[in-house]
Design a protein around this ligand. Structure first.
Ligand SMILES: [Fe+2]
Ligand SMILES: [Fe+2]
Length: 362
């Protein structure tokens, strides 16, 4: 949608990031390609292997921005539209310098078939709308920032250390943009959408861990401590999740839909759902998915009995109030039995009256 004179606030944080991006452009020529690599041939090979997911990520981010831009434009988000134009150029530049790095070392990226998680990751990132994409981009940018920071700190004068320092500045801006956008957008989402974003975060983190497992040997050659790296990464991602409104006591629905006090409820539910999905015998997941079902499907008691950590409030949230009332307690209470008996009696009486009515008219 073209607008002749769109309005935007020049003091908006997104516009400030846009001006910063415009004045901090650089190219591959800014790097000293004759600088020492500081790596043995085996370490150089390990580096080009380890950066493969990041390299694909640079391309995917560039393509993703191009796909999301029309959505941003159609919503009249002019500041974000301008910023994304610089984001696209940044990712194109990262793709270019990394391509030149592969040529410089005479190596190739690891084949996609050896790390299928790379494709799985980007397929997940491309599902949903601009909010989903930006959440995935924020997670990816946090990863990229942590990754480049490692080399910028350890080898500041070496070729990849210099390159990392340059890319790092761009990635920090990307992170700030995605964070600012989501901080505004997330509180306007429904609880179900926010829960889906928590699920997405868990899925992306798990996929990243899968990629790391495939590249563990190369990471060790470079002295990267995978466990410490993922611990830091998770901590940073969780901190962003809380800051943009994906967690917190005020989001916790109470038994009647009001607010409660238990923190981390979204993470807890997302975790329960993931476990139900991965450990299920095929019965539990459809039940947990059964939001709004009119009756309890077979196997419900199995959920209640085998998932002691699942509280009545959790189930109400997952499957809606009616099924949850039927599931808890596992053994029906006396008032419940009495209510059911009275209801059954009323139904029988109604049926009998309906049968008798035509005869009476005759
Ligand atoms: Fe990038
Ligand atoms: Fe980025």
């Amino acid at each position: 949608m073209l607008r002749l004179f769109p309005r935007y606030d020049r003091d908006d944080i997104v516009m400030k990031l846009f001006y910063k991006a415009v004045s901090h452009q650089w190219s591959a020529e800014a790097l000293d390609w004759d600088a020492p690599t500081g790596l043995t041939p085996r370490q150089a090979l390990a580096l080009t292997n380890v950066i493969t997911p990041v390299y694909l990520g640079e391309q995917a981010a560039m393509n993703g921005a191009a796909l999301v831009l029309p959505q941003i434009i159609s919503h009249g988000e002019t500041a974000a539209q301008l910023y994304l134009a610089t984001f696209l150029l940044d990712e194109a530049r990262h793709f270019d310098v990394l391509t030149r790095l592969y040529t410089h070392f005479g190596n190739r990226p690891v084949a996609l078939r050896r790390i299928p998680e790379m494709l799985r990751y980007h397929q997940r990132l491309s599902r949903g709308d601009r909010v989903d994409w930006l959440w995935g981009i924020l997670i990816s940018d946090i990863f990229a920032r942590e990754f480049y920071l490692t080399f910028a700190k350890v080898q500041p004068r070496a070729l990849f250390g210099q390159m990392s320092a340059h890319i790092l500045r761009d990635e920090s801006r990307h992170q700030a943009f995605a964070h600012a956008y989501l901080k505004n957008a997330v509180p306007q989402l429904t609880a179900a959408r926010r829960l889906a974003l928590v699920d997405m975060k868990n899925e992306l983190l798990e996929t990243m861990r899968g990629m790391h497992r495939r590249l563990e040997e190369d990471a060790e050659v470079l002295g990267i401590d995978g466990a410490a790296f993922f611990q830091d990464l998770s901590r940073h991602i969780e901190a962003h999740a809380v800051a943009i409104g994906l967690d917190g006591p005020r989001d916790r629905p109470g038994p009647n839909g009001g607010s409660g006090a238990e923190p981390n409820w979204m993470h807890r539910l997302a975790d329960l759902r993931r476990r139900a999905l991965t450990e299920s015998d095929g019965l539990r997941w459809p039940i947990l998915q059964g939001r709004g079902r009119p009756s309890v499907p077979p196997g419900s008691r199995l959920v209640a009995e085998n998932t002691p950590e699942l509280t009545a409030a959790d189930l109400r949230l997952l499957v809606g109030p009616r099924p949850a009332r039927r599931i808890f307690p596992v053994a029906p209470s006396l008032p419940e039995v009495a209510t059911c008996a009275v209801c059954a009696l009323v139904r029988l009486c109604k049926k009998a009256m309906l049968r008798g009515a035509p005869a009476a008219r005759a």
